[in-house]
Design a binder for this molecule. Structure first.
Ligand code: KG4
Ligand code: ZN
Length: 348
């Protein structure tokens, strides 16, 4: 079954054409087209994503990218048209949803129009972590129970997955998402948006043990997170230096120490959940999962706990439409279609 997917929840206009098969027993995906048009350079001067600018860019880019894709698509071959309906920035989501409705009517009236949950896209992206020849597939026997950590610019969620269709949220952030904390700490260090990759780069030259930043909620009994205090500690640390001209070494040490503190909390809570629920696998996904130190930390944890560890390639961690095609396929199989309307606060 061929799936055309659209993602516009934040600052990437993305399309994907994916062939899916295997059902709930052994879902597999062949990626035919994967286009991500990033708006980073548009938002960078503002230090973050400006919703109305994102909307304007999506409106401009959607027809251009679609037109190029249309030359390569046989419209009658599309079985599912999947579009992100939430969560995300309302005006940005709205452009994708309206565009999907329009092309559905005009080009793919026989296809099923599926509203996909962006977070399910991240969650299910572990299905893209292994590729055999041209297909991405995972043997789904012996994977569950699993602990899934979804870390992005808007969310930090820990889940227990009992199967491909059944999961329970164990905890989430009470304030800032971890990606948001990376972005804000980066801003304090005068690094451009998005800050996550910049902090990672700078941290490579720093000492992760230079500054004892706090590990908020690391030892609480629940599975919730809090990153706002860590962010504020960076602010106070820099303020107390009583200069606005930080040396490169100071910046690198702050970046490395901040990154280590955030990763310690994420790893510690994932570890406790994996042990409590005797997890057979650990899944890591979302934009922050592109962070190599976090990937390494959870990989080391999983070898210590003797669990499987699955994390998709970096291109499928940050926002893309391939994961929306996967979420669309899973929704179709689970018969759990979402309303085709922008739902900014949709949850998992
Ligand atoms: O999943 P995503 O692309 O968009 C949302 O759904 O939010 O995640 C974007 C977030 C941003 O906060 C960005 O700074 C962060 O992921 N990020 C990273 C890295 N690459 C992206 N954070 C830390 N290290 C990275 N290498
Ligand atoms: Zn995302």
């Amino acid at each position: 079954m061929k799936i055309l997917a659209i993602e516009t929840s934040c600052d990437e206009t993305a399309f994907a054409l994916v062939e899916a098969g295997g059902g709930l027993i052994s879902p597999k995906f062949k990626i035919i087209e994967n286009v991500v048009s990033s708006q980073i350079s548009i938002h960078r001067p503002w230090g973050g994503v400006v919703p109305n600018l994102a909307k304007r860019e999506h409106q401009k880019n959607l027809p251009i990218i679609f037109k190029k894709l249309l030359d390569k698509i046989e419209p009658s071959s599309i079985g599912i048209l999947a579009v992100t309906v939430g969560p995300g920035l309302e005006p940005a989501l709205w452009t994708g949803v309206e565009f999907a409705k329009e092309i559905h009517k005009k080009y793919f009236p026989k296809a099923k129009l599926i509203g996909a949950n962006h977070l399910e896209g991240h969650l299910y992206s572990f299905l893209l972590s292994q590729s055999k020849t041209t297909h991405y597939s995972l043997p789904t026997t012996n994977l569950f129970p699993a602990i899934a950590l979804v870390v992005s610019g808007g969310h930090t969620i820990l889940l227990r997955m009992d199967s491909l269709t059944k999961w329970k949220k164990l905890g989430e952030t009470r304030d800032d998402a971890v990606g948001e904390a990376f972005d804000k700490a980066a801003k304090m260090l005068e690094l451009p948006y998005p800050g996550g990759p910049e902090i990672q780069k700078l941290a490579e030259d720093g000492n992760p043990n230079a500054i004892p930043f706090p590990r908020p909620m690391m030892h609480t009994k629940d599975y919730n997170f809090s990153f706002s205090g860590l962010k504020t500690s960076v602010l106070y640390y820099l303020r107390d230096l009583q200069t606005t001209h930080y040396s490169l070494q100071t910046k690198a040490d702050v970046a490395a120490s901040f990154q280590k503190a955030a990763i310690d909390v994420l790893t510690h809570k994932t570890s406790r959940a994996a042990q409590e629920y005797r997890a057979k696998s650990i899944f890591l996904s979302g934009g922050v999962a592109a962070n190599s130190a976090l990937r390494e930390s959870l990989k080391t944890l999983s070898s210590k706990l003797k669990t499987n560890f699955f994390v998709p390639p970096i291109t499928f961690n940050t926002d893309n439409a391939v994961m929306i095609a996967v979420a669309g396929y899973m929704s179709y199989l689970r018969k759990k279609n979402k309303r085709i309307t922008a739902q900014a606060n949709l949850s998992l």
